[in-house]
Design a protein around this ligand. Structure first.
Ligand code: GRF
Length: 197
């Protein structure tokens, strides 16, 4: 049975594009929705151009009421009936209630070698720490921010004169390889971890 995938974005959606463009032919999943909390997210146009249904649930009218925002998300998601949710640059922290609702069905890509550097500004933190390598992780989403089981990681070197933008660009290339690889395996029921290279 082909798995239905909803992808949540907040920005340009380059990871969303990588996932959508991999879900073809014998892939066990297909994209059914791209959902953003920002109407101006560039990824929405990219999804429409690829024939993927889109929706926007603006978080701002809900203010600090995260549960009400997430109820609105779930109303849209329930119509799409996803088997899997991929967070791809979705920049809203999700409550335990939402995560529990989708437990075991939700993935996220985080631009660090988890468990190092959970949260934001991961590349600058790695550079400031004098690390010689960085990377990205795809993990199952749990109530602990960036804390779920890691299903895949990709590593890149940190060069001596790297800025955080240099490193982010190098990691993003690997994100576009890793996330589709993990999603394909996840949709096929595989849960063993993969490490690149
Ligand atoms: C990526 O760097 C990803 O690691 C992080 O947010 C960024 C999203 O980029 N979660 P895009 O919107 O997928 O291009």
């Amino acid at each position: 049975m082909t798995k239905r995938v909803a992808i949540l974005i907040s920005g340009g959606g380059s990871n969303m594009v990588s996932l959508v463009e991999d879900m073809t032919c014998d892939h066990p999943a297909r994209p059914v929705l791209v959902l953003s909390n920002r109407a101006e997210a560039g990824g929405l146009e990219k999804a429409k151009a690829r024939g993927i249904p889109t929706a926007v649930v603006d978080h701002r009218p809900f203010g600090s009421n995260r549960a009400a925002f997430e109820d609105a998300l779930n109303t849209v998601l329930d119509q799409a009936r996803p088997d899997i949710i991929c967070l791809a640059g979705f920049m809203r922290v999700l409550t335990e209630g939402f995560v529990t609702r989708w437990q075991g069905k939700m993935l996220n890509i985080h631009p660090s070698l988890l468990p190092k550097y959970k949260g934001l500004h991961t590349h600058q933190r790695a550079i400031d720490a004098g690390d010689t390598e960085a990377g990205c992780s795809v993990h199952e989403v749990t109530a602990e921010l960036d804390g779920g089981r890691v299903l895949g990681q990709a590593r890149v070197p940190i060069e001596p004169d790297d800025t955080s933008d240099d490193l982010a660009a190098r990691v993003l290339v690997q994100e576009h390889i890793l996330y589709p690889l993990v999603l394909r395996r996840f949709a096929d029921g595989q849960r063993d971890r993969i490490d690149l290279p």
